[in-house]
Design a binder for this molecule. Structure first.
Ligand SMILES: *[C@@H]1O[C@H](CO)[C@@H](O)[C@H](O)[C@H]1NC(C)=O
Ligand SMILES: *[C@@H]1O[C@H](CO)[C@@H](O)[C@H](O)[C@H]1NC(C)=O
Ligand SMILES: *[C@@H]1O[C@H](CO)[C@@H](O)[C@H](O)[C@H]1NC(C)=O
Ligand SMILES: *[C@@H]1O[C@H](CO)[C@@H](O)[C@H](O)[C@H]1NC(C)=O
Ligand SMILES: *[C@@H]1O[C@H](CO)[C@@H](O)[C@H](O)[C@H]1NC(C)=O
Length: 459
């Protein structure tokens, strides 16, 4: 292996040789197994030691290349690394590679070269493929979508893939992609696209661009976890987004993050237990607000069987307050996390969550009128199940105090309130000590309720 420019000095070789002697009596398949757990650079360097080792490492079925790993204390030069990868791959011309991982973070490469490596791997009956690269790559949609051996596919890179009308990967169990732009090839432009993954359990897509004007159906009957983060930067009136429909009856975890430009339709949401919906909108798009409120409502409405729900809206509620006015009853909800919520919405959610145990509130409460609370009915959960209230980003203003007072006065089963003052209070004139005193002296309906304050610094 001297020819690939990997230098090794005498003392290192000797140490390695001694270590090797200890295990050189092991059977080759076991050595191969051991080697598959160490980075490929170390695995190949063992071949300096004996001919037998050369045979051992070429029987590996796991190849992990990472250009940031140190080799004898130093990162490899780009040329050295490229050379090294090519040499290793050459040995696998006739064999399959079960697991292939390529992590390129230290250099910029020739895109066509890296693409060639990937194409090569896709023809080696690869089962787990993991590629991370911060720059652009080409990837042949054809060879990717024909690689039916894939069980796990992780792609973190900028790349455009054209989607044929239908894609089917029967063995795929986990798909984790980010940075991919999906385009439709011109022949399929006006048709819907079906992605069929009968054994897929986990789907995660962050920052991908889905083709516009087209609807995508995910036929994923075994899917348990669906997570998508979509930001459509270039949207304008004339650019309509298609929908993404998810066909699964086993979904337990759902996570959405984005601006709701593109509709996500769940064909069966009844098994979802954990849901997280994070919506951030661009305030310039005032014309969209009304539609957005409706879309947000439609999405949340589907989560009526969840146990844990996180709803983080940024700049949405201020404009679309009616999102919460017609919500279903969340009959199984025990944990609820909210931010920037207004008083009315909060009350509505509490009323609709009869067995709620924990409420986590971020960044205070807006528009909470004293008289609204005074005349409000006490939510059912306050009398039977509600035990923990975590108030993070407490602003010490009238609304926030009003809420704490309402809880203390009405929640019979409350065990603990934790208040974390907002960071900005550190720079204000507000005397937090006094506020604490004030809160501690409020009448409590639950005799065993503890009120705790955390430091401003830690909030
Ligand atoms: C692959 O197989 C061909 C034909 O059997 C043979 O000539 C070649 O040496 C093999 N390559 C490797 C790397 O084993
Ligand atoms: C997907 O990949 C990202 C980046 O490697 C990782 O942080 C995330 O946990 C992965 N998601 C899943 C579901 O494995
Ligand atoms: C996508 O679906 C919507 C309704 O869900 C429909 O109005 C629209 O025509 C569909 N788009 C295409 C390209 O089929
Ligand atoms: C809106 O999107 C269309 C289609 O992508 C594009 O042709 C047009 O220039 C965009 N208009 C504006 C104002 O950005
Ligand atoms: C739901 O989320 C919680 C906390 O993040 C986690 O502990 C739990 O395993 C999740 N439930 C499922 C079904 O994945």
């Amino acid at each position: 292996m001297g020819s690939n420019g990997v230098a090794i000095d005498d003392t290192e070789a000797q140490t390695l040789a001694e270590e090797t002697d200890v295990i050189s009596t092991l059977h080759e398949s076991i050595l191969g197994l051991i080697l598959s757990f160490v980075p490929i650079i170390d695995a190949v360097s063992t071949s300096v030691l004996s001919r037998r080792w050369i045979e051992v490492w070429t029987s590996l079925s796991t190849l992990k290349f990472d250009d940031s790993l140190l080799f004898y204390g130093k990162k490899m030069q780009k040329e050295q690394f490229v050379n090294f990868v090519e040499k290793v791959l050459l040995h696998f011309t006739n064999s399959s590679i079960e697991i292939f991982s390529l992590c390129l973070t230290s250099h910029q490469y020739d895109a066509s070269q890296v693409s060639e490596w990937i194409s090569f791997i896709l023809e080696r009956r690869v089962q787990k493929l993991h590629i991370q690269y911060s720059d652009k790559l080409f990837l042949s949609s054809n060879s990717l979508f024909r690689c039916n051996s894939l069980i796990e596919l992780t792609l973190q890179m900028r790349c455009t893939l054209s989607l044929p009308v239908s894609v089917r990967l029967t063995n795929l169990q986990k798909l984790n992609i980010s940075g991919i732009k999906f385009a439709s090839d011109s022949s399929t432009y006006s048709r819907d696209i079906t992605l069929s993954f009968p054994h897929l359990k986990v789907f995660e897509a962050r920052g991908c661009e889905w083709s516009t004007m087209q609807n995508i159906s995910l036929q994923v009957p075994s899917l348990e976890r669906f997570s998508i983060a979509i930001w459509n930067h270039h949207s304008n009136e004339s650019c309509k987004y298609g929908t993404i429909k998810v066909y699964s009856q086993r979904l337990t975890d759902f996570s959405y993050e984005g601006d709701l430009e593109q509709d996500i339709i769940l064909c069966d949401s009844s098994s979802i237990r954990n849901a997280s919906v994070v919506i951030v909108i661009d305030e310039d798009k005032k014309d969209r607000i009304e539609k957005l409120g409706f879309q947000a409502y439609n999405l949340i409405r589907q989560m009526d069987e969840v146990k844990r729900l996180k709803l983080l809206f940024y700049k949405v509620l201020r404009h679309a307050k009616y999102i919460f006015t017609n919500l279903p009853i969340f009959g199984s909800l025990v944990y609820l996390q909210l931010n920037e919520v207004n008083g009315e919405a909060l009350l509505q959610l509490l009323h609709n969550s009869p067995i709620l145990n924990t409420l986590v509130l971020l960044n205070g409460v807006a528009d909470l009128q004293k008289d609204v609370l005074a005349s409000a009915m006490v939510p059912h959960c306050f009398l039977s199940s509600f035990k923990v209230f975590q108030f993070k980003g407490f602003n010490a203003n009238e609304h926030d105090l009003c809420l704490v007072k309402f809880m203390l006065a009405n929640a019979e089963t409350l065990e603990k309130i934790t208040i974390s003052p907002a960071f900005w209070l550190r720079y204000s004139d507000i005397d937090i000590g006094k506020v604490k005193e004030q809160i501690l002296s409020l009448p409590k309906c639950s005799s065993f309720c503890v009120v705790e304050f955390s430091d401003i610094a830690s909030s």
